[in-house]
Design a protein around this ligand. Structure first.
Ligand code: 13P
Length: 252
């Protein structure tokens, strides 16, 4: 059985105090009413991770950084290394989000270093991929996503690949209120799983959780999560309200 995962990505939102309140509220709701078979992850800003980990029950809820340095340590002013992330108690690192690729020039080369460091430290990468609207309109989304994977996670060994989570987030659906249709999301996730089966094996492909992200909400999560290849969601806006986030966790 693949893990079902609902991961929040808070992006650049909340002060530490607001983040602690949000994490406490999610924690209370998940412990009292949350589906027990869903892995819940909170992707908070770096500054919040330690404090958030103090207020969540780590047997039910995990935390994630939204990025990490491409170097292990050293003279890289402003960077946050994976070992620093690990020392906060976080166990996941979101890597390759389209906002980082687009605004901060994240490349496959830097992502490969980040993937290696994250895996070395025993943290789980949530590797993001997904195409822009022009690519979707040209109907070349499959080639585009395949190239993203070929340049990064498909360089990993089978053992390494089995440890990661993949999130497909079409850029045109992020923060726009325009979700990919259930069929579009299912088709892409099945395509990605098929690529893994071809490149590695069907057994590996069946083990890896693949998430959908992009305007996922309480109203569409149930439909999305009912699909055979959709193993959960990476949630932006709706993860900032604990009741909405709980409804998505319970949408299975
Ligand atoms: P929204 O859910 O706000 O569209 O954001 C999705 C996302 O980018 C999660 O990483």
């Amino acid at each position: 059985m693949r893990k079902k995962i609902v991961a929040g990505n808070w992006k650049c939102n909340t002060t530490i105090q607001e983040g602690i309140e949000l994490a406490k509220s999610v924690n209370d709701l998940v412990l009292s009413k949350g589906a027990k078979d869903v892995v819940v992850v909170l992707g908070t800003p770096f500054t919040h991770l330690y404090s958030v980990n103090e207020v969540i029950d780590n047997s039910r809820i995990h935390s994630a950084a939204q990025n990490c340095a491409a170097e292990a340590k050293g003279a890289f002013t402003g960077e946050v290394s994976v070992s620093m992330v690990k020392s906060t108690g976080a166990s996941y690192v979101i890597l390759g989000h389209s906002e980082r690729r687009e605004y901060y020039h994240e490349t496959s080369e830097s992502l490969n270093k980040k993937l290696a460091l994250t895996l070395e430290q025993g943290l789980t990468p949530i590797y993001c991929c997904g195409e822009a609207l022009a690519v979707r309109e040209a109907e070349t989304q499959n080639q585009f996503v395949k190239q993203q994977l070929d340049e990064t996670i498909f360089n990993l060994t089978e053992d390494q690949l089995e440890k990661i989570v993949i999130a497909y987030e079409p850029i045109w659906a992020i923060g726009t209120g325009k979700t990919a249709s259930t069929q579009q999301a299912q088709d892409m996730l099945a395509f990605i799983r098929g690529l893994i089966a071809t490149k590695y094996s069907d057994a590996v492909a069946q083990k890896i959780s693949i998430l959908y992200g992009g305007s996922c909400s309480a109203s569409n999560a149930n439909d999305l999560f009912s699909q055979p290849d959709i193993d959960g969601g990476l949630i932006g806006g709706a993860s900032l309200k604990s009741e909405d986030f709980l409804a998505i966790i319970n949408a299975y």
